[in-house]
Write a protein that binds this ligand. Structure first.
Ligand code: FDA
Length: 377
């Protein structure tokens, strides 16, 4: 009989286990993967973008008031101080992302594993059944359970979505899940795929059939052999997916208007040409000097159609949108409102953040709160 069993020892589960053990509980952490922390190790291109220097509830999709309340319990300065006590110095990069000074995600994982030394960890232990009370896989007993099994993204890391069935078996609902922070695919051999490797500053817009903008994001867009990627594409992907069958367009000259470009182009194409990579300009360049051709160019520059056929799926998604609704959780403690003694934290909940360290901040804050509350008998 353990005091607390943590199911899933990723970012949120490790945090929960560390703080539950610090609270004096006897904790066992169970993880289906052979090795812990695969997702932390691959995160941030192998450098782990631990958090962002400014984290606001509006950086997340989900129930913002509840998210705000949970984030307040462990803000960015507290996160920086926590990692400092574990020996991990964080450095700020341009744009506000915080990374370990070593530039190695492994530093973050090793520090968390060291901090979790008082926790009994069992790897290669997939949980397939939890009965109220609690009995896990018909053999382990725990007074309380913290469910931190993550979402469905990059399932080979161990986060295969199996935790949702555990949540529903204990009485929770799960809102539809879909990939977020995911690259988008253009039709086979679409001309834009020939621009593979090119990166541009763009403003993307999800539009209704009448052209009305439903969602907008600005940032760097990368053309690839399959379609588009880069921060702005990852950020807007969940809004395109959630609003099917709406369309996606790109302004390749953010800040410009039809009028400003018309005036610029009437004179000469030079000013516009200089602001675009040459391969992109060659693709869009006007065929002649007619008014129609100038107007066509302006439309392409401001509302370039991106006829996305699909997203790249959970194998390539950084996070999962949807999950257990926060309304089913007591946001003061992370305890389930439908199954006393059960706590949930991290990506299994219906919260997904922008790119930039926000998703880990959610995992650290919600995991810590769940661990502290569960050990608080
Ligand atoms: P996480 O997925 O980390 O952990 C869940 C754990 O539960 C896994 O170890 C899994 O094996 C285990 N598990 C699942 N089901 C189980 C079962 N039935 N029984 C036992 N164990 C089970 N975010 C960010 O802020 N900065 C970044 O730099 C990045 N970079 C990044 C890169 C890539 C490629 C990806 C895929 C994701 C990111 N993210 C990110 C997102 C971030 O990694 C993610 O939001 C958190 O890891 C979520 O933490 P959780 O602990 O909730 O789930």
């Amino acid at each position: 009989m353990s005091d607390i069993a943590v199911i899933g020892a990723g970012a949120a589960g490790l945090m929960a286990a560390i703080f539950a053990a610090r609270g004096g509980a006897q904790v066992v952490a169970l993880d289906g993967a052979k090795k812990l922390g695969a997702k932390i190790v691959i995160s941030g291109g192998g450098r782990c973008n631990v958090t962002h220097d400014i984290v606001h509830p509006s950086d997340f999709n989900g129930s913002r008031n509840a998210i705000a309340k949970i984030l307040r319990t462990f803000d960015v300065p507290a996160t920086i101080a926590f990692f400092a006590t574990l020996g991990v110095t964080l450095k700020r990069e341009e744009g506000g992302k915080l990374f370990p000074a070593t530039d190695k995600a492994r530093t973050v994982l090793d520090a968390l594993l060291r901090a979790a030394e008082g926790v009994e960890t069992r790897t290669d232990y997939k949980v397939t059944k939890v009965e109220r009370g609690f009995v896990i896989n018909d053999e382990l007993h725990a007074r309380k359970v913290i469910l931190a099994s993550g979402g469905r993204s990059v399932p080979k890391t161990g986060s295969d979505g199996s935790g949702y069935a555990l949540a529903t078996s204990l009485g929770h609902s799960v809102t539809p899940t879909f990939p977020a922070l995911v690259p988008l695919v253009l039709p086979n051999e679409h001309p834009l795929t020939t621009l593979s490797g090119l990166s541009v500053d763009a403003e993307l817009a999800v539009r209704s059939p009448s052209g009305k903008v439903v969602h907008r994001e600005r940032g760097s867009m990368l053309f690839t052999h399959f379609g588009i990627s880069g921060p702005v594409v990852l950020d807007i992907s969940r809004h395109w997916i959630a609003n099917q069958p709406l369309t996606l367009t790109a302004s390749l000259l953010p800040g410009e208007t039809f009028e400003s470009l018309d005036a610029m182009l009437l004179d000469s194409t030079r000013a516009v040409r200089q602001r675009l990579p040459s391969r992109l300009w060659e693709m869009l360049a006007p065929k002649d000097t007619t008014r129609e051709e100038r107007r066509r160019l302006i439309r392409d520059l401001l509302e370039l159609p991106l006829p996305i056929v699909r997203d790249r799926g959970f194998e390539y998604a950084e996070v999962t949108a949807g999950g257990v609704p926060l309304s089913e959780i007591d946001t003061a403690t992370m305890e389930s409102r439908v199954c006393p003694g059960l706590y949930l934290c991290g990506e299994i909940l219906d919260v997904d953040g922008k790119i930039g360290g926000y998703n880990f901040q959610w995992a650290w804050a919600s995991g810590r709160l769940a661990g502290m509350s569960a050990s608080d008998t």
